[in-house]
Design a protein around this ligand. Sequence first.
Ligand SMILES: [Zn+2]
Length: 455
Amino acid sequence: MPATTMEQLVSLCKRRGFIFQNADIYGGFQGLYDFGPLGVELKNNLKNAWWRAMVYERDDVEGLDSAILTHRKVLHYSGHEDTFSDPMVDCKDCKCRMRADTLKDGKCTECGSTNLTEIRQFNLMFKTNVGPVVNEESYGYLRPETAQGIFINFKNVVDSTSRKVPFGIAQIGKSFRNEITPRNFIFRVREFEQMELEFFVKPGTDEEWHEKWKEARLKWWEEQGVPAEHIVAKPIPKEDLAHYSKATYDICYEFPHGLEELEGIADHTDYDLANHTKNQDEFKINAHVHDKNVDSTSKLALYDEEAKEWFIPFVIEPSAGVERGVLAVLTEAYTEEALENGTTRIVLKLKKHLAPIKVAVIPLKRNNEAIMNMAHKIKTDLLKLGIGRVALEDSGNIGKAYRRHDEVGTPICVTVDFDSIEQEPASVTIRDRDTMKQTRVNLADLPNYIREYFA
Ligand SMILES: [Zn+2]
């Protein structure tokens, strides 16, 4: 099977309503995309699968949804105000601006000129005024990661749930980074969603948990249809690690544009909690503290009953991008199949729990009242199963309906025809997306059939 290209994905996503360029009626807003009728379903399904695996199926993780607007002190003491930046240069010839680490042999990526400015640091955070008064202190930020919302709520969650290490706090939500050069469709964008877990452990057990989380996350991606053979878990060399990290795996996937990061799994040691903790001198702190003058009112620590002392937990952070996940899942699912009759069909072989539409109910004739009534009733009945979206597809052309639902990954089509309303017992045709096999099922057995299929 030939590798899926970005052109194929972009074209399908626009044509079928998965993903649109933001503000395209005004020429497009660079680095921003909108999820259409089917994209929102796919994205929700992926996020739900993550939440289920991280929160519901475990006994050691709590969920959280913190604010997007972030207090400036949070991002000061976390180190983001000073260090969350990319090196940038300008080309003096073609005036384009690019990340210094993307230069090719020291040359402009657009025109090849070597007439470049000095490299300077460009902070990636979106700063915004908060409240009706504009002064030196009235600003905040759109969060550049969901993680800080978890760290500043550490004490709230511990106090309200009585959690002890090891335990985690999971969050899914929007983050914002003013990327110098957004590119590769939804891979590098300025507004995106993250699925982040901060897993707090006792110092000394962090390396073991780091490995465990790497294994758990690879298994999860496999369950989403992204197989291990298309993923590389790259350990980042010591000299390239971020200052807050002791060890990091970049989970890299073979995207259409190359092998790039899908998820990062980092051992942050006690860096994050220590940096937001008052009276840091009371603790044995492992990590470098960004600014010792922290004016937080709390110590983000736990009491060790055995050792009779307070300690700051270490953190393992598996952090995945939702858009990158969607792109990986689409890349794997996209298939062009040569059929026996010489034509080709495009089929999106999504895992069924990710499919935007679970079942399409197709009335053969839309101007036949009895057929339409039965189709409506089937839709209503199947919806009650709680499997997700069930769509009534009354375009009136069965061939086109099958093609459309192959392309958007609908696992099952249910067709209501004249036999359905004329013969006893009533029955319908079920068509399978992947095999295209059609089988006749009694209407009375349909809900059970569908329930078992999606179980
Ligand atoms: Zn240039």
